[in-house]
Design a protein around this ligand. Structure first.
Ligand SMILES: [Zn+2]
Ligand SMILES: [Zn+2]
Length: 140
């Protein structure tokens, strides 16, 4: 998984590293692993899907950070049969579009809900329309 860390990803990891809230290194390591898993779930990934020459369903491998990484890996290890790449959309974004993700780019910085829950029209313009939310202005 060849990834380039993004600013918002780095800042979440730094927040844990600089926290005084951990009593030992194991606790901090567990928190870091969970945070990084959460961060990586916000990305789209790619899977290498495979069929044997007989037509029988083969093995699938994932995640890869890009289509080209998946294809380069297939070529490097010389998998037989036929293969292709499919995009795997972010499971974190799937949930965040439903429940919100406060502090994450692309979501309202006031309430954490996605921009499409905010009104585009009239007096309510910018207001989050979710019944449980009192956000009055979309902040990107
Ligand atoms: Zn909002
Ligand atoms: Zn909201």
């Amino acid at each position: 998984m060849r990834i380039t860390p993004r600013k918002e990803e780095v800042s979440r990891v730094v927040a844990i590293l600089e926290s005084d809230g951990f009593t030992d290194a194991d606790q901090m390591a567990k928190a870091l692993i969970k945070e990084v898993a959460d961060i990586l779930a916000m990305r789209d990934w790619y899977a290498l899907v495979h069929t044997w020459n007989s037509g029988e369903r083969g093995l699938n491998w994932a995640p890869f950070a890009s289509e080209s990484e998946a294809l380069r890996t297939a070529a490097r290890v010389g998998i037989g049969g036929r293969y292709g790449v499919v995009k795997l959309y972010s499971p974190g974004a799937l949930v965040a579009n439903h429940e919100g993700k406060k502090g994450w780019p692309g979501y309202c910085q006031t309430c954490g809900h996605p921009p499409f829950t905010h009104s585009m029209a009239g007096n309510a313009r910018g207001k989050c329309l979710l019944g449980t939310c009192d956000c009055t202005r979309l902040v990107k």
